[in-house]
Design a protein around this ligand. Structure first.
Ligand code: 5GP
Length: 126
């Protein structure tokens, strides 16, 4: 089910639970601002999720309400993950779903990083 537009942050969401260590994830990178881990249902040879360490549902929520240091630290972490996975040479796609039309499933902001094969057109046609 998609995240309802404008929904408040749910402390019980699956990524909040991963951040609290209540359920496992396969880590890729971690620092004080961000945690990156492998998607449980990968859509490409590399499919990594990067999440900020804070209670934000969407990009709009995050950029409006997170402290500057967290916004900067999060985006630096996204770039660092791409670099450290060696994705710069062949290329990669960064994607963040928000709300119903984008089919966001988990109500904690996350950036997908896809790579490892030609990724096709940016959006499903039709
Ligand atoms: P969304 O549609 O919200 O942008 O993407 C949610 C992503 O989270 C999906 O790609 C899904 O496979 C992934 N996901 C959902 N639950 C878990 C989980 O428990 N662990 C991990 N590692 N990924 C998950």
């Amino acid at each position: 089910m998609s995240v309802k537009n404008g929904a408040p942050y749910d402390e019980g969401n699956i990524f909040a639970r991963i951040l609290r260590g209540e359920i496992p994830a396969r880590p890729v990178y971690e620092d004080e601002h961000a945690f990156a881990f492998h998607d449980i249902n990968p859509q490409a040879p590399h499919h990594v999720l990067v999440i900020p360490k804070g209670p934000y549902v969407s990009m709009a929520d995050f950029t409006a309400n997170a402290p500057d240091a967290l916004v900067v630290g999060f985006w630096r972490a996204v770039g660092k993950v791409a670099r450290e996975l060696g994705l710069e040479e062949d290329g990669y796609r960064i994607l963040a779903n928000a709300g119903t039309n984008a089919h966001q499933e988990v109500p904690h902001l996350h950036v997908h990083i896809f790579a490892g094969r030609p990724l096709g057109p940016m959006l499903m046609q039709g």
